[in-house]
Write a protein that binds this ligand. Structure first.
Ligand SMILES: *[C@@H]1O[C@H](CO)[C@@H](O)[C@H](O)[C@H]1NC(C)=O
Ligand SMILES: *[C@@H]1O[C@H](CO)[C@@H](O)[C@H](O)[C@H]1NC(C)=O
Ligand SMILES: *[C@@H]1O[C@H](CO)[C@@H](O)[C@H](O)[C@H]1NC(C)=O
Ligand SMILES: *[C@@H]1O[C@H](CO)[C@@H](O)[C@H](O)[C@H]1NC(C)=O
Ligand SMILES: *[C@@H]1O[C@H](CO)[C@@H](O)[C@H](O)[C@H]1NC(C)=O
Length: 278
């Protein structure tokens, strides 16, 4: 009788211990502070701005790998979101007759050496990669055939101008990369229609004036990167952006940074403004 009792107590102790260590493991997975992410195979927490910035910051370069370059939150909630919502339907693209210099990976398409956004892609494409092409303008209708795009990479082109309403039909787009172009202003109308936008990268352009009124009251915008531009204190206009968590303003021409500038950004956790440019 007594031994049986001891056995029972022992067994329940072991079970409790197992449960506890399981829980501890679960909660410890997310060990980096908000605004940073964990590098693989390490205990290094990198600031969010190092994620997909073109420089390998992690020991195994996982911060720059293509499959990772879509996580911008550094927390596990991003992964647990409904994939269908994020990626759309990946199966519905007719990949047999891809335009020249374009290749499909399911509904993701990459093209090289284009001067315009190709118009004969499958209308169901969910991601377009036009990195290092020679685009110069984004005209109003150039993307309107493609209404399922989630990810759009237009970095390393020569884009000087975005026409108003160029993104009017991009209701699903959550990740927009315009890094390294020659854009000189963002005005009302330029970002109209981006109702689900989360990450906007506009770093390394020639932006002298940026007005984000189009995104006013957005409940999705999470990160805006404006580093390496020519913004001044009076030329940046940030409206109410209740979910904006991170803004990167490094290497601009700010004379001073006042609290008023971020008055509408109640969720802001990280602000980078090092290296003010003369
Ligand atoms: C982690 O390290 C192992 C061996 O050291 C390596 O094979 C693996 O690729 C690393 N993981 C990543 C994501 O680089
Ligand atoms: C787009 O997807 C729909 C179903 O979602 C399919 O009926 C249609 O044929 C697809 N269009 C193309 C051009 O692949
Ligand atoms: C796509 O359009 C381009 C011109 O815009 C043309 O040269 C090419 O042949 C077209 N490709 C297909 C597969 O329709
Ligand atoms: C890119 O296009 C230009 C002309 O449009 C051509 O001269 C050049 O060879 C092309 N480059 C590649 C890598 O296809
Ligand atoms: C954004 O919200 C504020 C306060 O809730 C409201 O006054 C303003 O009109 C809204 N702006 C837009 C463009 O919806």
């Amino acid at each position: 009788m007594r031994y049986k009792h001891i056995g029972l107590v022992g067994a329940s102790l072991i079970i409790t211990l197992c449960l506890l260590s399981g829980l501890m493991y679960y909660f410890n997975q997310d060990k980096c502070p908000v605004g940073t992410f964990l590098c693989y195979n390490s205990t290094i927490c990198m600031p969010q701005r190092s994620w997909c910035n073109g420089v390998s910051d992690c020991p195994y370069s996982d911060d720059e790998s293509t499959e990772n370059c879509f996580d911008m939150h550094g927390t596990w909630d991003w992964f647990t979101k409904d994939r269908q919502y994020f990626w759309g339907n990946l199966e519905d693209c007719d990949t047999r007759d891809a335009p020249v210099r374009c290749t499909y990976d399911m509904c993701h398409v990459s093209c090289t050496n284009y001067t315009e956004v190709p118009q004969n892609l499958s209308t169901n494409v969910t991601a377009i990669f036009l990195t290092e092409n020679s685009l110069t303008h984004l005209t109003r209708n150039v993307l309107s055939r493609y209404r399922e795009i989630r990810l759009l990479y237009l970095d390393n082109n020569d884009i000087v101008e975005i026409e108003k309403w160029a993104f009017l039909h991009q209701n699903e787009l959550f990740w927009l990369v315009l890094t390294t172009n020659r854009i000189n202003e963002i005005q009302t109308g330029h970002l109209t229609g981006l109702n689900k936008l989360e990450t906007l990268r506009l770093d390394q352009n020639n932006i002298v004036m940026a007005d984000f009124s189009d995104l006013e009251n957005s409940t999705t915008v999470y990160l805006i990167d404006l580093s390496k531009n020519m913004l001044t204190t009076s030329s940046l206009k940030l409206p109410q952006l209740p979910t904006l968590t991170e803004i990167i303003l490094d290497e601009n021409r700010f004379e001073s940074i006042t609290e008023d500038l971020f008055a509408g950004c109640s969720a802001l956790k990280s602000l980078y403004v090092s290296r003010l440019r003369k």
